[in-house]
Design a protein around this ligand. Structure first.
Ligand code: NDP
Length: 320
């Protein structure tokens, strides 16, 4: 491969730079003071882009006329304008599968933390309250029925784990899947009325924006538990806060927010919410596996080979 120019959009795992550097000059975008000047001078030479959860609007894509690949270290790619990429013959790659189990594990952890109030119970011990009185009894997972919103790779891994808990499992998606034993609901509202626990694990983006709203919370009801490990955009956050405040639902476990890393003070103030800083895939093991797959995708395309995991919107070979 002839040496080329590679744009790294944001800080990545330490393995990335030494793996990529032999093949090109790595430009660290976040360290460049005058990014417009850089794009005007170096932009035309950039053939590859790599990033952790790439955020790449059309405006940036169109300033990089030689770009061939956007390798994102994430499975969700709602921050990348894939339509613009496809129009310009750029392949977008993500990191499916390597994070599936990690995210499913965290989803189950968050579900249990929310129902059994594990963070509050832990705080109870640390703050010295236990000798004064026992911790109040909590809600239970026993006898619950869970509805998974988005039964894809991660949704299925969550369902597999839930099977071990001996509870009933349903799912909502745009189509019914013939090879799963769970109850299908074409309507999210119908599923929310039938179950008492919802776990969201769909992609983000325009199509799923505010899929989970006030109506869904009303249908879920006062014993309802809601867990979001998908994207902040899939939930109407104001409606969630209202539902938690007014006990329209019982509690929520939230890993993703509409305006990360900013979490509304109103949500932080609520005792019936367990809040995590978008950590579902955030172990060293899994983040390294994601970063390595992003590197492999980048180097494959720059070397004239097919990418390992292109997203469906930008199939290989590109129509450039
Ligand atoms: P998949 O593509 O395998 O699954 C996505 C699922 O969502 C599919 O089953 C699809 O079913 C369903 N879906 C898509 N659009 C809609 C819609 N409009 N309404 C209802 N269901 C829909 O992806 P993964 O399981 O690998 O990942 C899912 C998402 O999880 C990622 O896109 C990302 O947003 C999120 N994620 C969050 C992480 C975190 O840190 N919290 C980490 C990793 C992923 P159908 O086609 O039948 O509609």
């Amino acid at each position: 491969m002839t040496k080329t120019d590679i744009l790294m959009l944001n800080p990545m795992r330490p393995l990335v730079e030494p793996a990529v550097a032999p093949f090109g000059t790595v430009h660290k975008f976040w360290e460049i003071a005058d990014q417009e000047k850089f794009l005007a001078e170096v932009g035309p030479r950039i053939r590859g882009m790599i990033a952790f959860v790439a955020s790449c609007p059309r405006e940036l894509i169109e300033k990089l006329p030689a770009l061939e690949v956007i390798a994102s270290s994430a499975v969700g790619y709602d921050g990348i304008d894939v339509k613009a990429a496809a129009e310009h013959g750029i392949v977008v790659t993500n990191t499916p599968d390597v994070l599936t189990d990690e995210v499913a594990d965290l989803a189950i952890g968050l579900l249990l933390a929310t129902i059994r109030e594990i963070p509050r119970a832990e705080q109870y011990v640390r703050s010295g309250n236990w000798p004064k009185a026992p911790f109040p009894l909590t809600a239970t997972l026993r006898g619950r029925s869970v509805g998974i919103i988005g039964l894809g790779r991660i949704g299925k891994a969550i369902a597999k784990r839930l099977e071990g808990f001996d509870i009933s499992i349903a799912y909502h998606g745009r189509r019914q899947q013939s090879d799963v034993p769970y109850t299908y609901f074409a309507s999210l509202l119908d599923m929310a009325s039938e179950v008492d626990t919802l776990i969201a694990i769909t992609p983000g983006g325009a199509e799923t924006r505010h899929l989970i709203n006030a109506e869904v919370f009303k249908a879920l009801g006062p014993n309802g538990i809601f867990v979001n490990v998908a994207r902040g955009s899939v939930v109407d956050e104001a409606a969630l806060i209202h539902a938690l405040k007014n006990r329209t639902i019982l509690a929520a476990g939230v890993d993703v927010f509409e305006n990360e890393p900013h979490v509304p003070a109103e949500l932080i103030a609520l005792e019936n919410a367990v809040l995590l800083p978008h950590v579902a895939s955030a172990s060293v093991h899994t983040r390294d596996a994601m970063a390595q797959l992003a590197v492999d995708n980048l180097l494959a395309v720059l070397g004239g080979k097919p990418p390992l995991t292109p997203v469906p919107e930008t199939p290989w070979p590109p129509a450039k």
